[in-house]
Design a protein around this ligand. Sequence first.
Ligand code: FAD
Length: 466
Amino acid sequence: MNTYDVAVIGSGPGGYVAAIRCAQLGLKTAIIEKYSTLGGTCLNVGCIPSKALLDSSHHYYDATKHFATHGINVEGLAVNFDQMIARKNEVVAQTSGGINYLMDKNNIDLLQGVGSFKDDTHIIITKEDGSSEEIEATKTIIATGSKPSTLPFIEVDKKRVITSTEALSLTEIPKHLIVIGGGVIGLELGSVYSRLGSQVSVIEYMPTITPGMDAMLSKELQKSLKKQGIKFFTGHKVTSVVNNGDEVIVTADNKKGVPTEFKGDYTLISVGRSPYTVGLGLENVGIKVTDRGQIETNEHLQTNVSNIYAIGDVVKGAMLAHKAEEEGTMVAELIAGQKPHIDYNLIPGVVYTWPEVACVGKTEEQLKEAGANYKSGIFAMRALGRARASMDIDGQIKVLADAETDEILGVHMIGARAADMIAEAVIAMEFRASSEDIARSSHAHPTYTEAFKEACLAVNDRAIHS
Ligand code: FAD
């Protein structure tokens, strides 16, 4: 029987990063993955394929809506959807292959099959052909991720009533895509198909889309996406989804409780994701899970069985690839005897629509609720030379800072390239910068990042360009 210092179950961004960091720290490491491709949800049916389709559809949308104004005439412009999906598949294959390379390079043993605990130091790996292998591991890191959730009365047939996984591999562009859930995944995939010509209706139970984000972001994003043609039905409670073969009928009660009917050819269920622990054999080791199905951990991501850790989507916190990665690194370093730390307040959140949305730290609503003494500065993208040069004038940046110390407490951005720009705010907050620190740092002109500097200047009422 092979023995390891560390076994990692699951090869998503949490698992593969944990495995690499363990190997870098000199620990003999194995990674167990039930699928034949590595990379988990993120690489195969999440971050990467969705961004590939967002990028392709963005090019098409730009060509149809903006090229003529730029003085570029395009004739015979059309979508080759098969090619778009094929390119997405190629990007996924290349990225996943890259993880195999990294496992090899770091001398990590790759064990393909479903990993299941026999006891706290033994794992049985069952392969697709039914054969199995047992290994011994001093420590184990569970990184088994999550799966799409649904509502109890909805049957996901994966043909017409679909999850994000199917939405990334459709064979045709929907005529009318009904999106149930106005969160990040629903809005990103809704954007893809809206740009490609689908009618898109987003039904959201809460009064705003992207619930939990700063209200300014939700409002501005909804305004921008509405301009692009997406229809929003917030405050609507879906009560039934009937699949008639080629047509799906969704019924939702509006704000006054009146039922409204939506008819479409596809319905995307994007109401969140649930932690995935099926087949892990947690019961054989007595690992506790919460009533939401998440593996319970302490602040060191250690389960109630002290040599077994859990990270990523399968534990509490934001279901984000970069949060899983940070946790993978932290656990590997803890196992190696180091003292790492994660500041969960500084994990950024991003929506890759256009304009992009990105945020870090506290929302204005959270600060108000906590009775914090804060000041804020807002800068509109349309006042920026760079934004006008590229005709990306939608959006704004809001900076929230402590009223006395001026320390930045939260940054909320909507605009072109916000996903990349948020990194500056994360770094600033990691170093506990004041808004004055950013306001006094030179930002290249003309760039979108000047909007962050201007918003910091605005915190103290001295923005230059507004
Ligand atoms: P996962 O990536 O889910 O990986 C878990 C792995 O464990 C899987 O490969 C699974 O097969 C394997 N596994 C499970 N059980 C076993 C077992 N018993 N034995 C062996 N293997 C097992 N996040 C972002 O940060 N940015 C984005 O842009 C983004 N976009 C997204 C778009 C979509 C459409 C979706 C669905 C998600 C997106 N996410 C995004 C979320 C991101 O994908 C997840 O947060 C991330 O993948 C979580 O990583 P993980 O390592 O915890 O688990």
